[in-house]
Write a protein that binds this ligand. Structure first.
Ligand code: 1GP
Length: 249
């Protein structure tokens, strides 16, 4: 029987092991750079690939997931911006509910519409409380989702939102400053949320250096997600992976 990805994530949390996910936006990559990214990721012991984007306009999702699967054993987890960004070729799906917003469509509406299709995909589903945090600039995801991010100095709102998500039965909390955020999520906010929830915490958006990745892991992030920065410079994957994994015994 194959091991569930969620079991791996929660086991890692139980053992205080920090993980690194490289985010691939299918719109922004070609085969040559994807192959390079995959090779560096394997050599650097990257834990997961997340695949998706808030605005996937090309029809390459299937191909990108297939390509990664054929070239490595790193689990591929879908991080969809909309219900049509789903392929059964992946290993698991972040089943996102945008709990920081008050857009009913993204809290439950689109889930209802896509439920039979999602179920049919056979993907391992990981219900996620997805929280947008203000990253200093309006991001694609806040524009597309038509929701306000949580102000970055309002740790108490972030904390109550994450607690409510956990009590509703969600299995992961993902706090995201949005792709290309000017400011990553403040350490103090990560610390406060991490201290009060027991489900794994994913942190992403605007992380561009190994130092920041390590700082956020030490603050309580269980998985650090980096997209933009490693898209520009795949060699950065090695340094970020080392920084995060240096915290693991
Ligand atoms: C965005 O958390 C991810 O949803 C990653 O953000 O592209 O800024 O690394 P970056």
């Amino acid at each position: 029987m194959s091991t569930k990805i969620y079991d791996i994530i929660s086991q890692a949390k139980a053992n205080a092991q920090k993980s690194f996910a490289v985010l691939i936006d299918p719109d922004k990559i070609n085969d040559a750079s994807l192959l390079q990214t995959v090779q560096v990721a394997v050599a650097s012991k990257v834990d997961y690939f997340f695949v998706g984007g808030s605005l996937v306009v090309t029809d390459t999702l299937d191909h990108v997931v297939d390509f990664i699967k054929k070239n490595c054993n790193i689990p591929v987890i879908l991080f969809p911006g909309s219900p049509d960004q789903i392929t059964s070729k992946a290993d698991a799906l972040l089943y996102l509910s945008l709990i920081s917003g008050r857009n009913a469509e993204l809290l439950i509406g689109q889930h209802v519409i896509s439920a039979p299709f999602v179920k049919q995909s056979g993907l391992e589903l990981m219900p996620v409380g997805y929280m947008l945090i203000d990253g200093g600039v309006p991001t694609t995801v806040s524009y597309i989702s038509n929701t306000n991010p949580i102000p970055s100095n309002k740790s108490d709102i972030a904390l109550c939102t994450a607690m409510a998500g956990e009590m509703l039965g969600l299995k992961l909390i993902y706090m995201d400053a949005g792709s290309g955020a000017q400011k990553a999520i403040p350490t103090a906010m990560i610390q406060q949320v991490a201290k009060h929830i027991s489900i794994p915490l994913i942190i992403g958006g605007g992380i561009t250096t190994p130092e920041k990745a390590k700082e956020n892991s030490m603050a309580g992030a269980d998985i650090i997600v980096v997209g933009n920065a490693v898209e520009k410079d795949p060699a950065l994957i090695t340094a970020i992976a080392e920084a995060i994994h240096s915290l693991n015994s």
